[in-house]
Design a protein around this ligand. Structure first.
Ligand code: AMP
Ligand code: MG
Length: 720
């Protein structure tokens, strides 16, 4: 390695010294001297950690050693912020600005919320910083991110689009929020720069994406990038805290890494226009490689024009392979926003969510009954005096319950000191005084210690990951997150899906259809499928089989939607105007999928937006949308696609199926048996309406008779 020593720091923004015993969300410093095991240290305050780091750097300087120092908070802010705050697009300028204003004492007491408020005010806005304890809230610095003004700056830095769980720099106040750590960390780094002068450089701000030359190099790191399941090391259990193990993993990984390549991060500075801006303003995380399609971090970059390219001359692609390809080629394209949990059901999470509070926060009681210490209980009959007072939900008992005594306790009450076990009131004989106050109870022992109580944190512990990015929020999630102290979350904006019907024969529902005309049946079907899936439908109407009209419609759709569904005209014939036009974009690919019903699916990019050219036939359009477009749209929307839940049931029909393609039949379950629609004619929309699901027959040949097990996918599994 080109460095003799690696120092990795897991930082904290705590306002008080962290506990004497090493805990999560505190400061850990790992020092790896070449050839020696990692030396891990725990610090209760930022100043003591910085003193120790300076001592390490001084020793290294004396020895003439090169040291890489990594801190795990953001070194820069999203594009535009530095300029707005300081008048220069320079992250180091922001460091100095903060160093002049942040006060941070030997006891960790600091003014980061005041400074954040000051910044928001200087920018004349509610936000961009948000998140604070109740007492620190002002009209410019809000507790809730959703109360901020419309964004002046992107929510995330470019690099954060590549580290899915990274928290935005603007968020100051939850476990795992890096924002507060940067506010109290950057001034410390500014001081290191002053102290070591020309002997220290900050990557990439002073070096660009190139190898630094000085003996001390500062870089941003992201410990969760590394596998922290690594061995625990010589210090045994003291540092059995995830943060500490990650710091150790960082040290070990960097010792063995090709650091020169990491400093390049995959950027080509001569051709990459964004590299210079990132290198001066936003910064980068050492160890993250820029990917080919890199762009704005607020709205992910559009998909490449070659997104749907298929090798020429391939024969029919099996359904599973086509689905696999689709999932690989598309990714989230929607912007990220912070909204209230109660409004977030149906949205896809943009970053992991960490519990801000344990649930339950205290051990509490699960029933109405009497509580006591199990240590004083006999196996057989027991008789206990009942203390005065009671413990109820929201009205805790403030005293301690002496051993050998019981207390009246109700469901949801915090378990009082001296109590670890509760007996159901139905299992007690109660003696009461004249006022009806219980004074003595009798019951049979044999209760397990802890019976009828819920342990603190048994649902979730503070700081735990509650839900992962890409999760689609459910009503139950809203309850879970709220119990974990979360009120706002980062989610993806809803995916906007444009629907275009094409064909000279189509007329709008409700109008008069002359001979030779048919009503446009696909549009109401597709628009409602989109709504059912939680996407935002954009109705583009019926477009004639006319290249100019079609082009205008596609242009308009590409502006107002994230994905476009067309139906009709997508085959390769003379009247297939959609495919002709898409071909002109140079990105049309025919996906010849071995499926019935279906024809080649026409996939293309139009104005940076993916287009699904669906067959006109309503039955085929339905199946192609449900089976192929849906998974692709879920990925575009920020979710992870999982195959629909199917059940195996006996066939209520017979059919001989040839080898070579998968078949979907309109079906429904009656008495546990799958019936299929009498006619397979794909023009029969009535059969689609009759159906409550699809029977999926495998690619292989199959001779199905009554009772043969078949796969049935209820429409509900397809979200319909
Ligand atoms: P195409 O894919 O354009 O060749 O159309 C295949 C069949 O589907 C033709 O019979 C069309 O008339 C019919 N069709 C196309 N679009 C629609 C629509 N929006 N609603 C109902 N039928 C349609
Ligand atoms: Mg047509």
């Amino acid at each position: 390695m080109s460095f003799d020593q690696i120092i990795a720091v897991d930082w904290s923004s705590s306002s008080t010294p962290s506990s004497a015993k090493p805990v999560a969300n505190a400061i850990y410093v790992g020092l790896k001297v070449r050839g020696q095991p990692v030396d891990m240290q725990y610090f209760r305050t930022r100043l003591s950690a910085m003193d120790a780091i300076c001592a390490m750097l001084n020793r290294a300087q004396d020895a003439g050693s090169r040291v890489l120092v990594g801190f795990d908070f953001g070194f820069g802010y999203p594009q535009g912020f530095a300029q707005a705050l300081t008048g220069q697009s320079s992250a180091l300028g922001v460091w100095d600005w903060l160093a002049e204003r942040i006060e941070d004492g030997p006891d960790n007491k600091n003014n980061r919320f005041e400074v954040a408020d000051q910044i928001n005010r200087a920018l004349d806005s509610i936000g961009p910083f948000w998140g604070c304890p109740r007492g620190a809230e002002t009209d410019a610095l809000r507790q809730r991110g959703s109360e901020r003004d419309p964004r002046q700056f992107p929510e995330r830095r470019t690099v954060e689009a590549l580290t899915s769980s990274a928290q935005p720099m603007w968020k100051l106040y939850t476990p795992g929020s890096v924002g507060g750590q940067s506010l109290v960390g950057l001034p410390m780094l500014a001081k290191l720069r002053v102290r070591y002068g020309g002997g220290i450089t900050v990557w990439p701000f002073e070096t660009g994406f190139a190898k630094p030359a000085t003996n001390i190099v500062l870089a941003e790191i992201y410990p969760s990038l590394f596998d922290a399941t690594l061995r625990m090391g010589d210090d045994g259990t003291i540092f059995d805290v995830l943060d500490a193990r990650q710091v150790r993993a960082v040290c070990e990984a960097f010792e063995n890494a090709e650091l020169d390549a990491l400093f390049g991060a995959g950027f080509d500075q001569t051709t990459d226009a964004k590299a210079a801006q990132i290198a001066s303003e936003e910064g980068w995380i050492l160890g993250v490689r820029k990917q080919k399609t890199d762009g704005d971090s607020l709205t992910p970059p559009p998909l490449g024009n070659d997104c749907f390219a298929m090798p020429q001359g391939v024969s029919w692609t099996p359904v599973d392979q086509a689905l696999d390809q689709l999932k690989k080629r598309v990714r989230a394209v929607t912007a990220t926003e912070t909204i209230a949990v109660k409004d977030a059901v149906g949205r896809y999470l943009a970053s992991d969510v960490f519990a801000q509070r344990a649930n339950p926060p205290h051990a509490n009681c699960a029933v109405d009954g009497y509580g006591f210490s199990a240590d004083a209980i006999l196996e057989g009959p027991n008789e206990l005096p009942v203390v005065m007072g009671r413990a109820a939900a929201g009205a805790p008992f403030s005293g301690a319950v002496p051993k050998g005594h019981a207390i009246r306790i109700l469901t949801g009450a915090v378990v009082p000191i001296g109590v670890d076990t509760v007996v159901l009131e139905e299992d007690c004989t109660v003696e009461a005084d004249e006022q009806g106050q219980p004074i003595r109870i009798a019951f049979h022992g044999g209760l397990r210690k802890g019976a009828n109580t819920r342990k603190a944190g048994e649902d979730v512990m503070k700081g735990d990951v509650m839900l992962r990015a890409s999760r689609k929020i459910t009503p139950a999630d809203a309850a879970f997150l709220t119990a974990g102290g979360i009120s706002d979350i980062d989610v993806r904006a809803p995916l906007r899906v444009a629907v275009i019907s094409t064909g000279d024969e189509l007329v709008e529902a409700g109008s008069t259809a002359r001979a030779g005309r048919i009503f446009d049946a696909n549009r109401p079907m597709l628009l409602s499928m989109i709504t059912a899936w939680g996407f935002e439908p954009v109705d583009m109407g019926i477009i004639r089989d006319d290249p100019d009209a079609l082009k205008a419609a596609l242009d308009e759709a590409a502006k107002s939607a994230d994905v476009i569904l067309t139906s009709g005209g997508a085959s390769a014939g003379d009247e297939d105007h959609v495919s002709k036009l898409l071909q002109s974009s140079g990105s049309l690919a025919w996906w010849r999928i071995a499926v019935k019903p279906g024809r080649p699916l026409a996939l293309a990019m139009w104005g940076g937006v993916p287009v699904f050219g669906l067959p006109g036939n309503p039955v085929a359009a339905f199946v192609c949308t449900a089976i192929f477009a849906r998974p692709a749209m879920i990925c575009l929307a920020g979710g992870d696609f999982a195959a629909p839940q199917a059940v195996t049931v006996p066939a209520g029909f017979s059919k001989r199926k040839k080898e070579g393609r998968r078949e979907f039949l309109r079906a429904r379950l009656r008495n546990g048996v799958a019936e299929v629609f009498a006619s397979e004619g794909s023009g029969r929309i009535g059969g689609l309406s009759w159906a409550e699901g699809l029977v999926e027959l495998p690619d292989e040949a199959q001779d199905i008779t009554l009772g043969t097990p078949v796969l049935y996918i209820p429409f509900s599994s397809l979200g319909l």
